[in-house]
Design a protein around this ligand. Structure first.
Ligand code: ZN
Length: 406
């Protein structure tokens, strides 16, 4: 049985004019009714009717302005309510579930991270998501009636239309019915999206993508993924599988990737690949500081590789530089193909700074045929990993504030 959101709450807030007015209050508030009419070109009576509805629903509040009035009394200024309604964001990563509560302004009110059991069954994973969301609501004394929706950013392949996580390579789970499971238990509408695509939405609303309509987010973690934003919207492709930059081939003679092919970007540049490469080198007896830090190669983590590189360890530095070079090839390919205004980079690997960025930029220069690519095109995400969970709740805010979206 599917949960059908009640008419009269979330659904009724979504008429085109209402969304336009609400979004203007979000972006430009505090704002007067007269200014809303001027900007939206709606008639003053229409604006008054919509504003009255929004005030009744407690989505906005009004306060008499303090600025200079041009004759007569000072106008009432409208602002978004920051404590009447909330949205929940969940970032379901391979190793951790990050849950946050946000108000309608997009301010995070509360957050928590919990580890994902390894290995986890489908049921254990879903129960964890359910418990974390309920915990977030209970801890903050939030009733379900004041929650407009739950957004889930999930790693791996995701079908947002069906609300299913199609495949998680890290948990090795298929067809996880995230939307159905959570809606049945929590009785609040649930939206789900791939984590990097959710990140690109967050970048568009709050980050480096705010001023541009076409950009690409490249995220390097355990895997490598991308979120493609075209004409102010996430590009999903007909099968919801677009953005798999990690499995584009950057060297046909390269190492075997977890997908079965050889020489994928992910097999060179992911945290998983970096750790695996160092493990192999340890077995080959190569000199490295890391050897002294481990009792067993299974203790090797990406953080230790970064630490060794920071201390000038040759093997760690060489490995990260090579990742940088292959990221550069992939970025040049992306740029040659789509010429986005920006390519936004996210991932711990970029914390190594110039060690990764310098060889990356050199390869971009060497492999890109476009003259328009410059220093401002390739930027580091300011939101970082947190952008995934921000993108998760922005999935819900987007439904509320974007005119014409259903
Ligand atoms: Zn692959």
């Amino acid at each position: 049985m599917h949960y059908v959101p009640k008419k009269g709450s979330f659904e009724s807030m979504k008429s085109t004019n209402k969304s336009s007015v609400l979004n203007l209050i979000r972006v430009r508030g505090p704002i007067s009714r007269a200014d809303i009419a001027k900007i939206t070109k709606l008639t003053p009576p229409t604006v008054s009717t919509i504003v009255a509805e929004l005030l009744t629903e407690d989505i906005i509040y009004e306060k008499q302005g303090t600025g200079k009035a041009t004759g007569g009394r000072k106008p009432f200024m409208l602002s978004l309510s920051d404590s009447s309604y909330y949205v929940v964001g969940v970032y379901a990563a391979a190793e951790v579930v990050h849950t946050v509560l946000s108000n309608l302004k997009g301010d995070i009110v509360s957050e928590k991270k919990s580890p994902v059991p390894d290995p986890a069954t489908k049921d254990q994973f879903l129960r964890l998501l359910d418990a974390e969301i309920k915990n977030q609501l209970e801890q903050n004394n939030i009733t379900k009636q004041s929650v407009l929706g739950i957004g889930v950013a999930m790693h791996g392949l995701v079908d947002p239309d069906k609300g299913i996580a199609l495949f998680s390579p890290h948990l090795n789970l298929e067809n996880i019915p995230v939307k159905e499971y959570l809606e049945e238990r929590i009785k609040v509408p649930v939206l789900i999206e791939n984590d990097v695509r959710a990140l690109s939405l967050a970048e568009s609303w709050y980050g480096e993508g705010q001023e541009v309509s076409d950009f690409i987010c490249l995220s390097v973690g355990l895997g490598v993924g991308s979120g493609i934003f075209i004409n102010n919207d996430i590009y999903k492709g007909p099968y919801n599988t677009s953005g798999e930059i990690g499995h584009t081939i950057v060297d046909v003679n390269g190492p075997r990737c977890r997908c079965g092919n050889y020489g994928c970007l992910e097999a060179f540049a992911s945290e998983y690949a970096v750790v695996n490469k160092i493990k192999k080198d340890l077995r080959l007896g190569k000199t490295t500081l890391i050897r002294d830090w481990l009792n067993d190669e299974r203790e090797l983590t990406f953080d230790l590789v970064m630490k060794a590189a920071d201390q000038g360890d040759r093997l760690a530095c060489d490995t990260l530089q090579e990742s940088g070079r292959f990221l550069g090839i992939a970025i040049a390919n992306l740029y040659n193909l789509l010429t986005p205004s920006k390519i936004i980079l996210e991932g711990r690997i970029f914390k190594a700074g110039e060690m990764v960025l310098e060889p990356m930029k050199q390869m971009i220069k060497q492999c890109s045929i476009q003259h328009s690519i410059n220093e401002d095109t390739i930027v580091l995400s300011r939101l970082g990993k947190k952008g995934m969970v921000v993108g998760a709740y922005t999935l819900v805010l987007r439904e509320l504030f974007t005119p014409g979206i259903s």
